[in-house]
Ligand binder design. Structure first.
Ligand code: UT7
Length: 325
């Protein structure tokens, strides 16, 4: 018996040149490097330049992923771009990326699940590939959160950064065993009762403005570890995989304390946890593919490794994915 699996062919990322350190933030608002590092683990974040849009970051990340995969842009027939900071209200930023890559066939669309966006986009692309609708996909997370921050709100502006990451996924016929490469399982959840705990106070239909990010940080924190661990337990149950089998845990990078507590609760050993929150801050949908790219580039994640992804964010939305690299 064979099955279609979505196999990762390559990954890439892009960070804007400008770095904003905690010390620079402390010069502007009432905060300190010590507070930010102790509460979040963040030391710096990248900020997009004037005129540099989400689509520009995404195109750079996509080109890096295509080069890493060794495939031509023309072989891509699906682009799923996770973002909450699109260039425009419409059309989708994904079509700007498609056009920027010189592709004019197949389908390209945006997906909005805030910080869980990359896991939702991966699950969506995986289902399209396994159903036979498409053959080769770019799954991208790209954000310019610096554009929706209230730079006078110290409770939120110190947390976020800009960036983009991408992977190339291909539908491959396989025996479909857990030892075979590809996406093994994905699990997505949402609960709109929490929608006012992390939101943007603007939008085309409500205010006709873009708005600013608002968050009840402590409330998000309170729910995060439980939601993350629940959806990872779902991935373990669906596959028979245990925490010990996992080679690399690549979580959404929001807060080091949330990541540490989740890994501890799941009995995932600290050396298996990929951490980039110190250098990137929280880049929302881009954080997981950015972290993947770092861990692949430095030689940690290798072909055949079992990689566990998870994210939680506004909505609330949360999800997990288990894949054999
Ligand atoms: O991607 C998913 C979305 N986001 C998250 O996962 C974020 C989840 N939440 C968090 O990570 C944490 O709640 C924060 C890092 C946002 C805040 O940490 P906390 O330990 O929950 O702090 P807090 O909000 O309870 O605030 C503690 C104190 C307050 O002062 P008082 O009232 O105790 O005097 C805040 O005003 O820290 C103060 N504070 C700051 N102080 C210095 C808040 N922000 C800052 C700041 N610098 N930047």
């Amino acid at each position: 018996m064979t099955a279609i699996r979505s196999v990762v062919l390559g990954c890439g990322s892009y960070l804007p040149q400008q770095i904003l350190t905690n010390a620079q933030l402390a010069d502007r608002i009432d905060t300190s490097d010590e507070w930010i590092v102790q509460r979040t683990g963040i030391r710096q974040r990248h900020i997009a330049a004037e005129g540099e849009f989400t689509s520009h970051l995404a195109i750079n990340a996509a080109q890096a992923a295509l080069a890493n995969a060794g495939v031509d842009a023309q072989s891509i027939d699906l682009i799923v771009l996770a973002t909450s900071t699109p260039d425009n209200t419409f059309p989708a930023t994904a079509v700007a990326v498609q056009n920027g890559l010189g592709i004019n066939h197949g389908a390209a669309f945006d997906l909005q699940a805030v910080c869980s966006g990359f896991v939702f986009a991966l699950a969506t692309a995986d289902n399209f590939l396994r159903s036979g609708s498409f053959k080769r996909a770019l799954v991208i997370g790209a954000e310019t959160f610096s554009r929706i921050l209230d730079w006078n709100d110290r409770g939120t502006c110190v947390l976020f950064g800009d960036g983009a990451g991408a992977i190339v996924l291909e539908a491959q016929e396989q025996p479909g065993k857990s030892s075979d490469r590809g996406v093994l399982t994905t699990h997505l959840r949402s609960d709109g009762r929490h929608k006012s705990k992390l939101y943007v106070d603007g939008g085309p239909s409500s205010t006709q403005t873009v708005g600013h990010l608002r968050m009840e940080g402590r409330e998000v924190f309170k729910h995060a570890v439980g939601m993350i661990t629940d959806v990872i337990v779902d991935a373990f149950s669906a596959t028979g995989v245990t925490a010990e089998d996992v080679d690399w845990f690549i979580p959404h990078q929001a807060n080091k304390r949330i990541i540490d507590a989740s890994a501890h609760k799941l009995h995932i050993a600290p050396p298996k946890v990929v951490l980039t929150v110190d250098l990137h801050g929280n880049t929302s949908a881009a954080s997981i593919p950015l972290a993947i790219s770092v861990a692949v580039a430095d030689g940690r994640v290798k072909k055949g490794d079992l990689v566990l992804l998870e994210a939680m964010g506004g909505g609330f939305t949360w999800g997990s994915a288990l894949l054999r690299w």
